[in-house]
Ligand binder design. Sequence first.
Ligand SMILES: NC(=O)c1ccc[n+]([C@@H]2O[C@H](COP(=O)([O-])OP(=O)(O)OC[C@H]3O[C@@H](n4cnc5c(N)ncnc54)[C@H](OP(=O)(O)O)[C@@H]3O)[C@@H](O)[C@H]2O)c1
Length: 337
Amino acid sequence: MDIKDKTKYTEYQGSPNRYDTMKYNRCGNSGLQIPAISLGFWHNFGFVDSLLNARNIMRAAFDLGITHFDLANNYGPPYGSAEENFGLILKKDFKNYRDEMCIASKAGYDMWPGPYGNWGSRKYLISSIDQSLKRMGLDYVDIFYHHRPDPNTPLEETMLALSDIVRQGKALYVGISNYNAANTERAAKILDELKVPFVLHQVKYSLFERTVENGLLDTLENIGVGCITFSPLAQGMLTNKYLNGIPKDSRASKNFTYLDENQVNNNMKKIQGLAAIADNRGQKLSQMAIAWLLVQKNITSVLVGASSADQLKENVNALDNLQFSEEELQLINNIVS
Ligand SMILES: NC(=O)c1ccc[n+]([C@@H]2O[C@H](COP(=O)([O-])OP(=O)(O)OC[C@H]3O[C@@H](n4cnc5c(N)ncnc54)[C@H](OP(=O)(O)O)[C@@H]3O)[C@@H](O)[C@H]2O)c1
C-alpha cells in the first residue's frame, strides 16, 4: 500500500499512558536513559515487509513506553530500506515526538560495493552516517555505533571518526558493537581522551548465547558503559512459536534470514525444557527469556525484534515478573549449559 493512502489510517496520537509502566535504565555513567525493552529494525521493516505492519509495530512500541529504536545502514532487505521505511513512518506519525525518541543507527558491515562501503574507515563511517540521516529524514541520530571491530583499520581512526560525527552534530552519543573486552577497553580510553560520550555496547546475549559473561560484562561495568543485548530471543527460538513445528512466515522459514530449521531442531530439547519452566512461572518462554536477561548485572536494555504488534506486547509483559528463585535459575542453567 502507498504511504500516502489515508483510507486505512487514523491520525496517530501517542497513548497518554505511555510512560506509566515501562522502566528506564541509565546507559552506564551517562545521563541518557533508555527503556528496559527496546525495539530493533533488523528484520520486519524492509521493502520486503508490509509497511502497514511495520507502522503498527512502531505505534505499539511507542504506546508501550518504548522510546529507543535501533537501526543500521544495512537493515532491510534491501540494505537501507529499514531506515527509509522508518523515515516514512516517522514523518507520518512521529513528527511531534522526535524529542521523546532515542534513535540509533550503525555502520560496520557491508553496505555498498567497493573499498569504502564496509568495515571501519573514516571514509566509510562519515559517508554512511550522511546516507542514514538522509534515508531517515533526520538531522541527527541519538546514538551512532561502530557495528563490528575492523582488524585492518587503526582503532584510533575509527574512534576519531565517531568523535567527529558527534562534533559535526550528526550524533549525540556513540556506541560500539561486537567488540571483545580488550578492544572495548582500548576504545573507551580513546573516546575518553576525545571527550566523546560513549554510552552503549551492543552485545549478542541470551539464554543460548552467553559468551559476554566471560569478561565483557565486567569490563563494561568497570568503564561505566551500558549494555544493550541483541537477539535476546535467539531470533525467535526462545519463544513458544517453534514448539509445534516451523510456522509459515516465521524467521526460520524465510530464506534471507540467519535462522534456519536445523538450528531450531538442534535446540528443540532445550526450548521445550525452558518453555516448561516458563509455564510454571505463568510466563511465555519469550517473557522468561527477557526477564532472565534483565536480572543479569549491568543490563541496560533488552533489544527485541518483533514481526507483529502482538508479539511486542507479549514481550513487554515480561516486566510483570522479574523475580527468579534460586531453584529456577539452577534449572535454567542445567538446561542451557
Ligand atoms: N549489533 C549487531 O550486530 C546486531 C545483530 C543482530 C541484531 N541486532 C539488533 O537487535 C535487534 C533484535 O534482534 P533479533 O531480531 O534477532 O531479536 P530476537 O528478539 O531474538 O528475535 C526477534 C524475532 O523473534 C520472533 N518473536 C519475537 N517475539 C515473539 C513472540 N512473543 N512470540 C513468538 N515469536 C516472537 C519474531 O520472529 P518471526 O519473524 O519468526 O515472528 C521476531 O522477529 C535487531 O532488530 C537489531 O536491531 C544487532
